[in-house]
Design a protein around this ligand. Structure first.
Ligand code: SF4
Length: 241
């Protein structure tokens, strides 16, 4: 099955959460966090995955993941491929194809910087994700703070994902104070489809990629409610996860 020179069945590719109740809506799933990311979000909690340091997590190989999926296929119905950014991984398509072959529904988590890869996957029946969750991290004018210069790609990914049926997509935003305030919420909302599921999470300092972000004080509960209530006036499906 692995016929690409870039990929090897036994090489470490990421970290596996064997059972998750929170990563795939309405499904018990396994979640694979693939190594490597093209962005450098200062608040990123997955810095070991982003930087490729395997010291702080138990790395698994492609073969380990497929063996796990084979073993658990009667008790788990969903397989989440997250990161890092899965769209940069040569393992993405073989993982989706193998998981589909074993009967799993596959969810892809992406930062939206590779619209051409998302289109390619959606056109390929064997590798087409059953659900896509895209992080919309801030308004387009602040994406350079994450190391993203080409915000047209973010807009294109939002458009492509917006064309999926509502039950097959969601958009997500972490409420990081310097990146997401009331103005940013309004600007992000203008990019999303009106029927979007828009899932917010609060920011948790402590293990951020950029140390200065560990000193940022998260929003209070009442500030969070105010931001989400404002989001709800534009996108009804805005919620705190
Ligand atoms: S938050 Fe996501 S997109 Fe940003 S650096 Fe971390 S893994 Fe990459």
């Amino acid at each position: 099955m692995l016929n690409n020179n870039e990929i090897k069945g036994t090489a470490p590719i990421g970290a596996l959460v064997k059972t998750s109740l929170v990563d795939f809506p309405k499904k018990v799933s396994s979640a694979l966090f693939l190594y490597g990311c093209n962005l450098r979000c200062p608040y990123c909690y997955n810095k070991d995955l982003v930087t490729g340091s395997f010291e702080d997590f138990e790395a698994v190989s492609f073969d380990d993941v497929i063996a796990h999926l084979q073993k658990r296929k009667n008790v788990i119905s969903g397989f989440v491929i997250s990161g890092g950014e899965p769209c940069i991984s040569p393992y993405l398509k073989p993982l989706i194809a193998q998981a589909h072959g074993l009967g799993y529904a596959v969810k892809l988590d992406t930062n939206g910087t590779f619209p051409e890869k998302i289109e390619e996957l959606l056109k390929d029946k064997a590798c087409c994700p059953d659900f896509i969750a895209m992080d919309v991290k801030t308004s387009l004018d602040k994406y350079q703070l994450l190391g993203c210069k080409d915000t047209e790609k973010i807009e294109r990914s939002i458009k492509i994902i917006s064309e999926l049926p509502t039950e097959k997509r969601e958009f997500r935003t972490v409420l990081v104070p310097p990146l997401v305030d009331m103005d940013n919420i309004t600007k992000i909302a203008a990019l999303l489809p009106k029927d979007a599921s828009w899932q917010f999470a609060n920011f948790k300092p402590g293990n951020c990629l950029e140390d200065s972000y560990n000193k940022i004080i998260p929003y209070t509960q009442s500030q969070i409610e105010e931001l989400i209530n404002s989001a709800k006036t534009i996108i009804k499906g805005a919620n705190l996860r």
